[in-house]
Design a protein around this ligand. Structure first.
Ligand SMILES: NC(=O)c1ccc[n+]([C@@H]2O[C@H](COP(=O)([O-])OP(=O)(O)OC[C@H]3O[C@@H](n4cnc5c(N)ncnc54)[C@H](O)[C@@H]3O)[C@@H](O)[C@H]2O)c1
Length: 361
């Protein structure tokens, strides 16, 4: 097999994969499924150019289904892998269905919405041995990987901590999808902060303890609309995350990194990493440190340097990895167990907000 045959399930965020698969040379899109393609393509997360392309789907040599289960029943032998961008409440079910047919699965994050669902997915994957990855696409970001290298190679010295902002304003249409404000399946902690938590685990290391406060007083939905999280890592480093989805602001990962289109670009930083030797602003990748000849200390001049990072399309990198996984060329870079660890942190954060106490993982 040189070009895996893929299907995309769910065409809202999932359309971003369709778009890339239609033009790439490393995979072939053979089918898509969405209960309501029209609604999916009107979703808040689909940009204008994607909407104008929607009529093309019907003219292409791909099969179109409504229920994703019908796609799997009819085409299990004609697809080499599926990408599931379905609402969070369908993540267990779609993993069961893929395992039933032995079809490799790239499942959108979060792996699941609750600890019991997450455990179930880990069990299904380990018992069925299907090739599986969770689409925490930032693991494929060159900016994130360069930051990880800077920390892991000691360019910052011993890491003292980090400060993370995820502050943006979701448009009203975003809330038309009811699962996004469901207490179990939605909310910015599970939908957005899970990315930032995964970045921190990936860059700094495993998390030992969290303490968090959230509120829902601004939007008045059942789910949180702002929160502050304190994190203690096993290696002793500390971090804070401030999040809200109700504030006009340029300080959130998607706008700052501009790793894929849709979010209005900003030119600011949203993460700061602090070490004993240097500090790093992300994603401008500005590194501040002292130079030997000038001496150290807050009264001495700071050397400012930009770490050079090649830009790339993270979603394409992620798709390429899924194809390599299908073809047996690589191991999953985001296994069920790894994604479950990130979900455990979100669960601990939620438990801390309920108890008012810090929660040890
Ligand atoms: N990695 C990221 O940055 C990122 C970004 C956005 C969303 N996501 C994840 O992608 C998933 C989908 O999110 P979204 O914002 O696109 O949600 P959405 O609700 O906008 O879209 C889900 C789509 O699935 C379709 N669907 C529902 N049931 C179906 C079924 N049985 N068969 C076929 N289609 C069905 C719906 O019609 C809808 O179009 C979620 O898990 C979300 O967390 C990830």
């Amino acid at each position: 097999m040189t070009k895996p045959r893929l299907a995309v399930l769910g065409l809202s965020h999932g359309y971003k994969f369709v778009k890339r698969l239609l033009t790439c040379n490393f995979a072939k899109l053979v089918a898509v499924a969405d209960i309501s393609i029209e609604t999916a393509l009107k979703s808040y997360s689909v940009d204008e150019s994607e909407v104008s392309e929607k009529s093309r789907l019907k003219d292409l040599d791909i099969k179109i289904f409504k229920d994703y289960k019908d796609l799997l029943t009819e085409m299990a032998n004609e697809v080499d892998g599926v990408i599931a961008a379905l609402p969070n409440d369908l993540h267990v079910e779609v993993t069961e269905e893929s395992a039933k047919y032995g079809v490799p699965l790239m499942l959108e994050k979060p792996i699941a919405s609750t600890i019991s669902e997450g455990k179930r997915i880990c069990e299904i994957v380990s018992q069925s041995h299907i090739k599986f990855m969770v689409a925490h696409h930032r693991r494929f970001s060159k900016l994130v990987n360069r930051s990880r290298d800077a920390v892991r190679r000691g360019e910052l010295g011993k890491v003292i901590g980090a400060n993370v902002l995820w502050v943006g304003k979701k448009p009203d249409e975003y809330f038309e999808r009811s699962w996004r404000i469901d207490k179990t399946y939605g909310g910015p902690l599970l939908i957005n902060t899970i990315h930032d938590v995964d970045d921190l685990r990936y860059i700094i290391g495993e998390i030992d303890r969290v303490q968090a406060y959230t509120t829902n007083q601004f939007r008045g939905n059942q789910v949180e609309d702002a929160g502050v999280i304190i994190i203690q890592f096993k290696n002793g480093a500390l971090a804070t995350i401030f999040l809200t989805d109700d504030c006009p602001s340029p300080w959130f990962y998607e706008a700052c990194t501009q790793e894929y289109s849709f979010f209005y670009p900003s030119h600011f930083d949203c993460y700061y990493f602090f070490g004993e030797k240097a500090s790093l602003a992300f994603p401008s990748m500005t590194l501040f440190s002292y130079e030997k000849e000038f001496g150290e200390g807050w009264h001495r001049p700071l050397h400012r340097q930009n770490l050079l990072v090649e830009r790339s399309d993270v979603l394409e990198e992620e798709l390429k990895h899924f194809c390599d996984l299908i073809m047996g060329k690589t191991e999953s870079r985001m296994t069920a167990d790894d994604a479950f660890e990130t979900l455990r942190v979100i669960d601990a954060i939620k438990r801390s907000t309920q108890s008012g106490k810090s929660v040890r993982l």
